[in-house]
Design a protein around this ligand. Structure first.
Ligand SMILES: CCCCCCCC/C=C\C/C=C/C(=O)SCCNC(=O)CCNC(=O)[C@H](O)C(C)(C)COP(=O)(O)OP(=O)(O)OC[C@H]1O[C@@H](n2cnc3c(N)ncnc32)[C@H](O)[C@@H]1OP(=O)(O)O
Length: 719
C-alpha cells in the first residue's frame, strides 16, 4: 500500500498505492510508517519524497473505516515521525491532497504542487475536524484567519491559491514529482527545524479574541445546528492560544466528541449517497454501467423566464454552446440582457471572462435543427408545453433529445405528442438553476436508457447531483413536499402561527421555514396549481364544504391569503410582512394572526397550544411517510435518492442526513407510532396514515437503511 524506491541515488521515493484516491487506510498507514522508518534508517538516503499513485496525492483518511473498529497505526504519530525525522521530506502533490492527505503533507518539510492540484481540509463536511494535526499545523503555517476560513468551511483551494496562502512552496505545470525529487536533493543539509510546523508560533492579528469571537458567531449562524464547524473554531483557537502539544490534546478531545456523533454518521452517509445516486438502474436491466450517454455539444433552452435563464447560465458556465429561444423579440431582448448580466456577474466574482461567445439568441425555432438536446423551460402549463413539444418534434433533427424542465407535470403526456417518445426525459432543475446543485432526471415510461444516460451525464457536466426519478405528479421532491405544506396549513388551523411553525423547522436546521419558503417562491404559484386541480376557484364542486375537497380534508388558508392580494416577498406581503416589495426581511404580521383567529371562529375551531415537537413531527413525518410511498411506488430507486434530493434541492440539513436517513436515526418504530398517534388525533387530516412500507420495515425489526431496498414491493415501478 506504499511503494518504496530509491531514486537519484539518495532520495527515498514513497508512493501511496490505494486507488482510486489513495485514501489512508490501515494498510496505507502501515506502509507509510514502515517505509519512512526504513528511509530514516538507511544511511544512503539523504531525503525523501512522498507522492500518490495515478496522479492523486491522497483523498484523506479512509472514510469507510470510520464505521469499523480502529486498526493499524494511527495518523498522528505517523505524521509526527515524518516531521520529527532528521531527513527532509517533500510532498509531491498531484490531483488532490484532502483531509488526512493534506495533514500528511503538512507533516512533510516541503510541499510541491502541480498547477491543477487542489488541497483542503474538508473534514467539517463529514461532521469531523482535521484531527491529524491539521487544526494545529495549518494555522502555524498560514496564520489564524486563513486557517479558520479553510477549516470551518472545508473549501477546496487551487494550487495557485495554496501558493499565495503559503500552503505549498512551489507550483509547477510540469511533473510535480520530478520537481519534488530535484527539490529533495537540493534541500539536503539545510536547517530542518524552521520547516517543522509544530515548532512555530501561529501568526495572529492583534485582536485574536475579537477574530475568534466574530468567526464563532458567523460559524454558528451558518452551521444551522451542526456541531463540527463550532468544534473546528475551538480547535483552531487552541493553535493560537496553547503550546503545540496542548493544542493537539484539545484537537483529540474535540474529535472524540464528534467522531461517534449521529451528525458525523449522517454527513458521511451523505458523502457516499451523493456518489451512489450517480449509479442509476432501471427495471429493464439498463443501468449506468451499460448505457452510454450520447455526446452533446449544442444545447438549446426554450423560454427565458427565471428557470430558462438559470439553466442557460449553468450550461454556459460548463462551457457549452447554447441557443436560447424566446417567443418574441421583446422577451428575447429582456432574456438576453438578464442572462448576459448574470454571466458577467458570475465571471466577475471568479475573476474570469464571461463566455458570452457561447450564447446565441433567437426567436426562430427553425434554428434548432442542428441542436443535439433541447431543454424546454416555458410556463408550467400542460397545454402550452404540449404545443412546444409538438413543434420541437417537427423542427428538431430526428435524434435530438427533447427534455422538459417541468416541476411535476406528466412527462409521458408530453412524450406522447412527439414522434420520438424514447428521446423525451424530464430534467427538473431547481431555482436558481445556475446555483442549486440538484437535478431530478425524470424517466418517462418510454424514455430510452440512452436518453436517461445523456441527461444524467449532462447534469454531471453542469456540476449537479443528478438523481433519476420516476414519472408521477411532482416526481420525488415536490410529491413529498405536498404533505409537508399541508400539515403546516393544518397546524395553522389548529392554533399555530407561521412564525411558530417556521421557528421549529429552522431550529431543526432548514435555512427557512415552510411559510417563509412559500413567500419566497411566490404564493400565487401554488394557488394557480390548486386552481387548475379544481381545489380552489371556479372549478370547485359547489357541494364541497369549505374545508373539504375531492373527498378529503382541505385547508383553504393559502387560497384565502392569496385572495387578500398577499403574494409573498414579491409584493411585500405574504405569510409575513416584508420591508418592501421584493424585500427579504420578514416580520410577523398581526393582521395574519387576526385573520387566523377569525378563520378559526368562523369554522368553529378551538385553537390549542402546539409545541415545536408537534410541528417537526407532523410536517416531517408526513413528508417521510410520502417518501416511503414513493419508494414502494418505484418513483425513487432507494432512500439515498430521496435523501440527496432533499439535501441538495430543499435545504434539508446535511448533518441530519436527509429525511429517510433521519427516519432511521429517530427510529422507524417511533416514526410509525407518532404517525399513528397523530392519525388517531386527527382522523380527517390526510397523509398521516402510515405507509405500508414503513409498517413492513417495522414489522421486520427495522433493518438499517442500506437494507430497505430488500423490502420494496414494486408491481408498477416507474423506474
Ligand atoms: C475517538 C476518536 C477517534 C479518532 C480517529 C481519528 C481518525 C481520523 C484522523 C484524522 C482526520 C482525518 C480525516 C479525514 O481525512 S476524512 C477524509 C477527508 N477527505 C475528504 O473529504 C475527501 C473525500 N474525497 C473527495 O473529495 C473526492 O473523492 C476526491 C476529490 C478526492 C476525488 O474526486 P473524484 O475524482 O470525483 O472521485 P469520487 O469522489 O467519485 O471518489 C472516487 C471513489 O473514491 C471514494 N473515496 C473518495 N475519497 C475517499 C475517502 N477519503 N475514503 C474512502 N473512500 C473515498 C469515493 O467514495 C468513490 O468511491 P465510490 O463511492 O465507490 O464511487
Amino acid at each position: 500500500m506504499a511503494r518504496y524506491e530509491q531514486v537519484q541515488g539518495t532520495v527515498a521515493l514513497i508512493t501511496l498505492t490505494n486507488p482510486p484516491v489513495n485514501a489512508l487506510s490501515a494498510a496505507v498507514r502501515l506502509g507509510i510508517t514502515e517505509t519512512v522508518t526504513r528511509a530514516l534508517r538507511d544511511p544512503e538516503v539523504k531525503s525523501m519524497v512522498i507522492c500518490g499513485e495515478n496522479g492523486v496525492f491522497c483523498g484523506g483518511a479512509d472514510i469507510r473505516e470510520f464505521a469499523k473498529p480502529m486498526s493499524g497505526p494511527p495518523l498522528v504519530p505517523m505524521i509526527a515521525a515524518i516531521e520529527e525525522g532528521e531527513k527532509p521530506v517533500v510532498a509531491a502533490i498531484e490531483g488532490a491532497a484532502f483531509g488526512g492527505g493534506l495533514e500528511l503533507a503538512l507533516g512533510c518539510h516541503y510541499r510541491i504542487a502541480h498547477s491543477k492540484a487542489r488541497v483542503g481540509l474538508p473534514e467539517v463536511t463529514l461532521g469531523l475536524l482535521p484531527a491529524a494535526g491539521g487544526t494545529q499545523r495549518l494555522p502555524r503555517l498560514i496564520g489564524l484567519a486563513p486557517a479558520l476560513d479553510l477549516i470551518t468551511t472545508g473549501r477546496h483551494v487551487t494550487a495557485q491559491e495554496a501558493l499565495k496562502l503559503g500552503i505549498v512552496d512551489q507550483v509547477t505545470d510540469q511533473s510535480a514529482l520530478d520537481l519534488a525529487i530535484q527539490f529533495a536533493q537540493q534541500v539536503v543539509g539545510q536547517p530542518l527545524l524552521p520547516r517543522k510546523l509544530s515548532t512555530r508560533q501561529t501568526p495572529c492579528p492583534p485582536d485574536v479574541d475579537g477574530l475568534l469571537e466574530e468567526t464563532m458567531a458567523q460559524v454558528k449562524q451558518r452551521a444551522r445546528g451542526a456541531m463540527a464547524p463550532i468544534a473546528c473554531v475551538q480547535a483552531v483557537r487552541a493553535a493560537a492560544t496553547l503550546p503545540y502539544q496542548a493544542g493537539m490534546q484539545k484537537e483529540q478531545e474535540l474529535m472524540a466528541t464528534l467522531f461517534h456523533s449521529s451528525q458525523a454518521r449522517a454527513m458521511q452517509y451523505c458523502f457516499f449517497a451523493q456518489r451512489a445516486v450517480g449509479r442509476w438502474s432501471l427495471s429493464s436491466g439498463a443501468h449506468s454501467g451499460n448505457s452510454k450517454p450520447r455526446p452533446v455539444s449544442k444545447v438549446a433552452v426554450i423560454g427565458l423566464g427565471t428557470m430558462g435563464r438559470g439553466i442557460t447560465v449553468a450550461l454556459v458556465k460548463a462551457g457549452m454552446s447554447v441557443l436560447a429561444v424566446e417567443t418574441n423579440k421583446k422577451q428575447l431582448e429582456i432574456g438576453k440582457q438578464m442572462v448576459s448580466a448574470m454571466l458577467k456577474h458570475d465571471a466577475q466574482k471568479r475573476n474570469a471572462t464571461p463566455r458570452l461567445d457561447l450564447l446565441h439568441f433567437t426567436i426562430d425555432l427553425l434554428e434548432l435543427k442542428n441542436t443535439d438536446l433541447i431543454i424546454e423551460a416555458v410556463f408550467e402549463d400542460m397545454a402550452l408545453k404540449k404545443q412546444v413539444f409538438k413543434e420541437l418534434s417537427s423542427v428538431c433533427k430526428a435524434d435530438a433529445f427533447l427534455c422538459t424542465n417541468t416541476s411535476g407535470l406528466d412527462v409521458d403526456e408530453l412524450a406522447a405528442v412527439t414522434k420520438r417518445p424514447e428521446l423525451v426525459v424530464g430534467m427538473h432543475f431547481f431555482a436558481p438553476a445556475h446555483v442549486m446543485k440538484l437535478l431530478e432526471v425524470v424517466h418517462g415510461s418510454r424514455s430510452s436508457p440512452e436518453a436517461v444516460a445523456t441527461a444524467m451525464h449532462l447534469g454531471k457536466r453542469l456540476g449537479k447531483v443528478s438523481v433519476l426519478v420516476g414519472n408521477c405528479a411532482g416526481f420525488v421532491g415536490n410529491r413529498m413536499l405536498k404533505p409537508y405544506l399541508e400539515q403546516a396549513n393544518f397546524l395553522l388551523e389548529e392554533g399555530a402561527t407561521p412564525e411558530l411553525v417556521d421557528g421549529a423547522l429552522e431550529e431543526f436546521g432548514f435555512p427557512m421555514g415552510v411559510f417563509k419558503m412559500s413567500d419566497l417562491s411566490g404564493l400565487d404559484v401554488g394557488w394557480r396549481i390548486r386552481k387548475e386541480a379544481g381545489l380552489t376557484g371556479p372549478n370547485v364542486d359547489p357541494r364541497d364544504p369549505p374545508r373539504r375537497r375531492q373527498g378529503r380534508r382541505y385547508s383553504p388558508l393559502p387560497d384565502l391569503v392569496c385572495e387578500q392580494g398577499r403574494l409573498g416577498q414579491k409584493n411585500g406581503r405574504g405569510w409575513y410582512l416584508y420591508d418592501k416589495p421584493g424585500g427579504r426581511v420578514a416580520t410577523p404580521d398581526p393582521s395574519i394572526h387576526k385573520f387566523l383567529e377569525e378563520y378559526r371562529i368562523k369554522h368553529g375551531i378551538s385553537p390549542r397550544q402546539i409545541d415545536r415537537q408537534e410541528v417537526v413531527e407532523r410536517c416531517l413525518f408526513a413528508l417521510i411517510n410520502e417518501g416511503f410511498r414513493s419508494l414502494d411506488d418505484g418513483i425513487a430507486a432507494g432512500p439515498e435518492d430521496i435523501d440527496m434530493i432533499y439535501v441538495f434541492g430543499y435545504g434539508w440539513p446535511r448533518h441530519r442526513g436527509g429525511p429517510m436517513f433521519y427516519a432511521g436515526m429517530v427510529g422507524l418504530p417511533r416514526v410509525l407510532t407518532r404517525l399513528e398517534h397523530y392519525r388517531q388525533a386527527h382522523p380527517e387530516v390526510p397523509h398521516l396514515e402510515p405507509s405500508p412500507l414503513l409498517r413492513r420495515l417495522v414489522a421486520s425489526g427495522s433493518p438499517p437503511i442500506n437494507k430497505w431496498r430488500d423490502f420494496l414491493q414494486r408491481p408498477h415501478s416507474q423506474l
